[in-house]
Write a protein that binds this ligand. Structure first.
Ligand code: CTP
Ligand code: MG
Length: 219
């Protein structure tokens, strides 16, 4: 089944501490955003790529994506709003939502998510938690079991009708990701095996890690 790829690239990248928003910084020879766009563009079932960009960054995005066939939309004040701006333009029965800040997207991960959508409304890649967990409150420190806890990544894939319905139910509330939004609407989701390579560039040190991964052995 064909899909629309939606990439959210309208953030300011504050934690990354670079002069440009991280999605436009060059990593292994390309703007970070371009890695994900090319990964989707080379998938045979991807019919369109819709990218949310902040109003002031449209020209920078055009330059970063020169030669690629994409639809640019204006992002919102929150990640959830940027996603909404993208899916309003989506035309295919399935939709992928992906962070521009995750350049290491593989065709195998796209295929795992497509497969999962055969019998659920939404699917996301997830990996187990390695560190021990604790919750710090005013009452003190409380140990938290990591049994069953997973780190959820993007891309997250949905039947467009289900995701649109969940957005209506959310009535403008923000969620950390679309799996949370769809679960809040009590639709069914599945987790598939995640991929450390699709980690999110968030902090300054993450650029070096991305450079190594994307640049390959010589990187
Ligand atoms: N994003 C977006 N619109 C927003 C906020 C975030 O499209 N209003 C996008 C970012 O561009 C990024 C993804 O959502 O690709 C994940 O968000 P995050 O890693 O938090 O990126 P930023 O919000 O840009 O970074 P920071 O929180 O450090 O400012
Ligand atoms: Mg953010």
């Amino acid at each position: 089944t064909p899909f629309s790829a939606c990439i959210v690239a309208a953030g300011s990248g504050t934690r990354a501490g670079r002069s440009l928003p991280k999605q436009f910084e060059r990593v292994a020879g390309k703007p970070l955003l371009r890695w994900s766009v090319e990964a989707f563009a080379s998938h045979p079932l991807c019919r369109e790529i819709i990218i949310a960009v902040a109003e002031g960054h449209i020209e920078m995005a055009r330059q970063a994506l020169e030669g690629l066939d994409v639809i640019l939309v204006e992002g919102g004040a929150s990640r959830t709003r940027s996603v909404k701006a993208c899916i309003e333009k989506a035309s295919q029965p399935l939709v992928f939502i992906h962070d521009a800040a995750r350049p290491g997207l593989s065709p195998a991960l796209i295929d795992r998510l497509l497969h999962a959508l055969e019998d659920t409304s939404g699917a996301a890649p997830a990996l187990p938690v390695a560190d021990a967990l604790a919750r710090e409150t005013e009452a003190g420190v409380e140990a938290v079991s990591r049994d069953g806890l997973m780190r959820v990544q993007t891309p997250q894939a949905f039947h467009l009708a289900a995701l649109s319905w969940a957005f209506d139910e959310a009535r403008g509330a923000d969620y950390p990701d679309e799996i949370s939004l769809v679960r809040a609407a009590e639709l069914q989701v599945k987790l598939v095996e995640g991929d450390e390579t699709v980690f999110k560039v968030t902090y300054p040190d993450d650029f070096a890690r991305a450079e190594t991964q994307l640049g390959g052995p010589s990187g």
